[in-house]
Design a binder for this molecule. Structure first.
Ligand SMILES: Nc1ncnc2c1ncn2[C@@H]1O[C@H](COP(=O)(O)OP(=O)(O)O)[C@@H](O)[C@H]1O
Ligand SMILES: [Mg+2]
Length: 259
């Protein structure tokens, strides 16, 4: 099942703690402001969660809950109930979407544990793709790598945002993700954002590989404060380095207009 081909799908990937969630939330905020009449879906695909808080949304049901209910029935040998649950999965998935103005939110939850429920997962992934096709923009806050997004959320991404901090490890991780993504041929454009740079004099020496650097974002104490106090991205000033850096990246990708 293919998403509607004109859905723009942005995936934020990179090592833990580099700013994927903050930047995903910033992207959602920028998109909802730039396109008040468009439909935007934010997907939290990181089992470490956090996007709901960053967006100030609350969502209780996750895709994992839907899967677990099915697996529990199947394990009890209750095939009839399990099949029925699977038939209902589509409606449950729509119920799991929290709507707030032109922004909707869906959390994937935990990855599958021991044992692969491959068919169930493939089916749920198809429903996610179908759901995504109803939106104009989809922002995925990914767990570390693109292969996770591919396995758990959807096959196709139009814009791959490789997020790193200034550490060698972070930069190495995005190079690896980019190489894996190229092999999977599943994105149209990729770009790098280097975030939380402790000293901007480092900037020119950061090696992000062959991928275009979309923006360089300094360490922004406002973001950390915001996070510590449980405030959403909407309480950060538009002029904050993180919001500015997110904007610069989306403009360079041609996803929003600069001004
Ligand atoms: N530019 C920045 N400056 C300072 N702190 C930041 C910046 N970007 C993100 N943070 C903080 O770093 C931590 C990790 O960010 P987060 O967006 O949760 O990363 P990830 O989702 O990649 O794990 C959070 O506490 C967040 O508030
Ligand atoms: Mg995160």
């Amino acid at each position: 099942m293919m998403e509607k081909s004109n859905t723009i799908i942005l995936a934020f990937v990179g090592k833990g703690g580099v700013g994927k969630t903050s930047l995903s939330a910033a992207a959602v905020r920028l998109l909802s402001k730039a396109y008040p009449d468009k439909r935007i879906l934010a997907i939290d695909a990181d089992p470490a969660v956090g996007l709901a808080t960053a967006l100030g949304t609350d969502a209780s049901l996750t895709v994992d809950d839907i899967r677990k209910a099915f697996v529990a029935q199947a394990k009890k040998g209750n095939t009839g109930a399990a099949v029925e649950l699977l038939g209902e999965a589509k409606y449950r998935m729509f119920d799991a979407v929290a709507e707030n103005g032109n922004v909707s939110f869906l959390a994937i939850g935990r990855p599958e544990g021991a044992g692969c429920y491959c068919k169930v997962n493939a089916y749920l992934k198809e429903i996610i793709s179908m759901l995504a096709g109803n939106y104009d923009y989809v922002v995925i806050d990914g767990e570390a790598g693109i292969e996770h997004v591919n396995r758990r959320v959807m096959e196709k991404v139009t814009h791959l945002l490789l997020i790193s901090d200034a550490s060698r490890k972070g930069l190495q991780v995005i190079k690896t993700i980019h190489a894996v993504a190229k092999e999977m041929v599943m994105f149209e454009k990729a770009g790098v954002i280097i975030n939380r740079i402790p000293d901007m004099s480092l900037a020119e020496n950061l090696d992000a590989g062959a991928t275009e650097i979309l923006s360089l974002i300094p360490d922004d104490s406002g973001v950390a404060m915001n996070d510590a106090t449980g405030e959403s991205i909407y309480s950060l000033p538009e002029s904050s380095p993180l919001m500015q850096g997110a904007k610069e990246a989306l403009v360079k990708l041609g996803v929003i207009q600069g001004n």
